[in-house]
Design a protein around this ligand. Structure first.
Ligand code: ADP
Ligand code: MG
Length: 213
């Protein structure tokens, strides 16, 4: 399966559908340990990205790259999502766009995309694993991708998405030490981190987009 600019565009479309369907669930998770806006924030952001891409046709003389689509995703998320997640996802996609400035990604290219996204989030959020944030979905995704880098690109993406899903679930017993949820201290345990769940949704959407190609 070819992971090209058309795939990146399908990724956005799948992500928008998935986030819209999960909007209330994400908001409910954020209501438990935050301020209850994560679903609304992400839904608004993905809708804006979809609209922006629709207004931006692939240039005939200057073909799109994966990176040029991801850069548009980054700048649009930064200006529309707000809260903590906007700058975090914005930085993730901006860093990812810098390592994907080519027409097509192979397996190492997918690994590089995921590594760059994680580095961006960790740097922007001063976060590391085990703090009950979206890093706890991105880190296992990167680990799984790196372990599979000899496989084909879609298989790498699939392994990453599965690991992100498990990582999000594994945030439930954690005590938050970063972000708004950390204000709750021990009371943050017993709830899934909304940003880790939205990360799992985004990576699952990337797989769905790859399988549809
Ligand atoms: P806000 O907390 O400003 O309301 P959102 O609700 O949109 O923002 O996003 C909250 C999510 O952002 C959390 O569930 C967590 O995954 C992520 N997050 C918050 N702070 C950090 C941080 N410092 N590093 C990494 N991720 C963070
Ligand atoms: Mg919130």
């Amino acid at each position: 399966m070819t992971l090209d600019a058309a795939w990146a565009r399908r990724w956005v479309a799948e992500a928008q559908t998935a986030v819209a369907a999960a909007k209330d669930d994400l908001t409910e998770l954020d209501r438990q340990i935050g301020d209850g806006d994560h679903g609304v924030n992400m839904d608004r952001g993905l809708r804006a990205v979809t609209a922006k891409l629709e207004q931006t046709p692939p240039d005939v003389g200057d073909p799109e790259t994966v990176g040029s689509v991801l850069k548009l995703v980054a700048t649009t998320l930064m200006s529309t999502v707000g809260g903590a997640a906007g700058p975090l996802y914005g930085t993730a996609f901006l860093r990812a766009s810098k390592v994907t400035a080519r027409p097509e990604l192979d397996a190492p290219g997918v690994v590089a995309l995921l590594e760059a996204a994680l580095e961006g989030i960790a740097a922007r959020g001063h976060a590391t694993g085990g703090e009950k944030t979206m890093v706890d979905a991105w880190q296992p995704a990167v680990d799984a991708a790196e372990a599979l880098s000899g496989a084909d690109a879609t298989a790498v993406l699939r392994a990453a998405a599965e690991a992100a899903d498990a990582g999000a679930t594994a945030t439930i017993p954690l005590v938050a030490t970063k972000g708004r949820a950390s204000y709750l201290g021990e009371r943050s345990a017993g709830h899934e981190d909304p940003g880790a769940r939205s990360t799992a949704l985004l990576l699952r959407a990337a797989v769905t987009a790859a399988e549809a190609g």
